[in-house]
Unconditional design. Structure first.
Ligand code: B4P
Length: 190
């Protein structure tokens, strides 16, 4: 049995978004990326986008209340009832606690937390390469370093939160996208 309620954790650029997208096609479940949703809100010029933009551009986390509202609304949509890949949410302990409450209300439970790791120099290199292709406002070196620091300080502690529940699978994010996808497939099926 494949796990279908999944959370991807890992530093910026580790491949969460890339791998979550691949899984969508394979498992037929939606990718829930707060980063993508916030960027779409910025592009649309909505109230949420206006509140999020300066945080994103500095590589800081958008305030919990904003992000939790966005994630909660998305998780309640019909297509998430059969499963989902959370990518980029939760990023703080307060968000993880909110996620627990949201899922409990919906009568669902997280099955697996896939933690990906890659050493920082390779991550910075990947994100700088992406900046040339996509021109994302937060993919410059100074902001990338800040995002790494924010990850280590605020998000990495969540690994322990989920480890206590026995649902963590850790894997190496270095290698080709196909190699990483295969490691994820094995972790999900195990
Ligand atoms: P995100 O959009 O989540 O940004 P990210 O961490 O850089 O994405 P990801 O890690 O998924 O990138 P990927 O590896 O796929 O967040 C951006 C900002 O939004 C945050 O800084 C914050 O301000 C805000 N935000 C989002 N969620 C929030 C929350 N919950 N709370 C508060 N604020 C929040 O891609 C990286 C690159 O690597 C790609 O170019 C890809 O092609 C490449 N790559 C992937 N796999 C590879 C491989 N195996 N080998 C070589 N290259 C690879």
């Amino acid at each position: 049995m494949m796990a279908r309620r999944l959370l991807f954790l890992g530093p910026p650029g580790v491949g969460k978004g890339t791998q979550a997208q691949r899984l969508v096609g394979e498992l037929g479940i939606p990718q829930i990326s707060t980063g993508d949703m916030l960027r779409a809100a910025v592009a649309a010029g909505s109230e949420i986008g206006r509140r999020a933009k300066s945080f994103i551009d500095r590589g800081e986390l958008v305030p919990d209340q904003v992000v939790i509202g966005v994630a909660e609304a998305r998780l309640a949509e019909h297509d998430a009832s059969a499963g989902f890949v959370l990518d980029g949410f939760p990023r703080t302990v307060a968000q993880a606690e909110a996620l627990d409450r949201i899922l409990e209300r919906l009568g669902r439970e997280l099955e697996l937390c896939v933690v990906m790791e890659v050493a920082e120099p390779a991550l910075v290199e990947r994100l700088l390469r992406r900046s040339k292709l996509e021109g994302r406002s937060d993919d410059n070196e100074e902001t990338i370093r800040n995002r790494m620091r924010v990850y280590r300080e605020q998000t990495e502690p969540l690994v322990a939160h989920y480890r206590r529940r026995g649902i963590v699978r850790e894997l190496d994010g270095l290698g080709s996208m196909d190699e990483v996808a295969e490691r994820i497939r094995r972790a999900i099926a195990a």
